[in-house]
Design a protein. Sequence first.
Length: 328
Amino acid sequence: MSRPSTPPRPAAPHRVVALLSAPQPVLTLACAAEAFGDHGTDVPRRYDFAVCAEHPGPVRTRAGYDLLVTAGLEALEEADTVLVPGWDRPPGTPVPPAVADAVRRAHRRGARAAGICSGAFVLAAAGLLDGRRAATHWGLTCELADRFPRVRVDKAVLYVDHGDVATSAGGAAGLDLCLHLVGADQGAAYARRVARHLVMPPHREGCQLQYAELPAHAPRTDSLAPLLDWLAARLDQPVTVAEMALHSRLSPRTLSRRFTEQLGISPGRWLLDRRIDATRALLEETDLPVETIAHRVGLSSAANLRRRFHAALRTTPAAYRRAFRARP
């Protein structure tokens, strides 16, 4: 008599360890904790989130209170992701060698390293950004480039992800990066569940601008938000730039300029990114054929979907579905 098969054991949670330093910025830490923390019964638990510091004990924050951190740098030895949620030191202050070495060792072991805002300085000090594009807060880009000339600092984008190393701009861009990493780890549908739990819209793409400098005389109607909502409700329909412009009562040239000013990408690129994101969710959550998904997300045919999907993610829809559809 054959024995009943044993159901596969669920994968161990991905361990994220945040490296703190006084005075610790609280917003960037909160972004990480909200993205990777426990969301109760609303979202299945797939992460363990912990904090550490070079010197365990009370860690002063910029909000006027202390955090009691009990773990030291040894906690990075068990991290799947080492996260530096800001490193708020006076200009020119070197990163302690012990900190840079601990981050470097964790990365060599195979851990992913991520820096939010000024956290990029720690990754740069560890040598993880040499020869690579990196993001940080727009007000720190010149200092980062001067102190670490081998780093290719991108002064405009929200975040940059190389797979093993990622960096983001400041403030809420840290949450954009964290949700992006959640999507890369667990799939677009899971990332959407986390975003819904946080009452957040889908995260912004990394290539979007950190901020938009609109002319002082620009009217409030310059905002693209109404058009983006209109497009998001019509992903199953083919929409041209000319139709977007007509809906916005603008010329195609003016519309393209506003996309570049406010988002840093073209209208067509923004719409394609939304279609790819919707494709990922349908591949994860349904058994629909690729041809059906292609029509639902406005990509017209299975061949076109496969081509666009591979160009965006360097994998096929079938391989993506195998990777994420079977997850509990």
